[in-house]
Design a protein around this ligand. Structure first.
Ligand code: CA
Ligand code: CA
Ligand code: CA
Length: 172
């Protein structure tokens, strides 16, 4: 049984930590965390201002621009957190090493892909305007009931639509 469970935990944790910026990958858990973290005025919902005000975790030097390198650094940091989580769950070092190796191998590709998602003028750099547009799109996706705020009710309305959004969560 243990053999079966461990890879599941590994993939669940890796998945939840490496997809931070992909709106379509937000899980119920992540949305709740987002609401707790970004809900500046504590009304259990996030409006577009609260959402776009947030400094991107990828912008390591906080200059408003995001480079592939910064994304890669952030992903490595996330990976470290993942490793700690895996240890907490009692995952063997062998399995942890496997995870780390495969994640490290894909970081370059993943960070390039992430930049590409936001970099609408294709110059390899995410400018503040591009980040804003991306965040607005992300907000729209998260606000699935289109009432202009992100709240727990967006989660419920996503449950009925298996396509995109939180749908992936319920398919598993
Ligand atoms: Ca930067
Ligand atoms: Ca750009
Ligand atoms: Ca909403």
């Amino acid at each position: 049984m243990k053999l079966l469970i461990t890879p599941l935990i590994v993939s669940a944790i890796v998945m939840s930590s490496s997809n931070l910026v992909y709106a379509e990958s937000y899980s119920a858990d992540k949305l709740n965390k987002l609401i707790i973290l970004e809900d500046d005025n504590c009304n259990d919902q996030i409006d577009i201002i609260e959402f776009t005000d947030t400094k991107s975790a990828y912008d390591q030097n906080q200059d408003g621009y995001i480079t592939t390198n910064e994304v890669a650094i952030k992903m490595e940091e996330d990976l470290e957190k993942t490793v700690n989580e895996l240890r907490k769950h009692g995952v063997s070092e062998t399995n942890i090493n496997k995870t780390v190796t495969s994640e490290l191998n894909s970081i370059d590709k993943e960070s390039a892909a992430l930049i590409k998602k936001m970099d609408s003028d294709n110059d390899g750099l995410v400018e503040p305007e591009e980040l804003e547009v991306f965040k607005e799109k992300q907000f729209e996706q998260l606000d699935s009931n289109k009432d202009g705020v992100i709240s727990s009710s967006d989660l419920k309305s996503k449950k009925s639509s298996p396509k995109g959004g939180f749908g992936f969560l319920y398919k598993q």
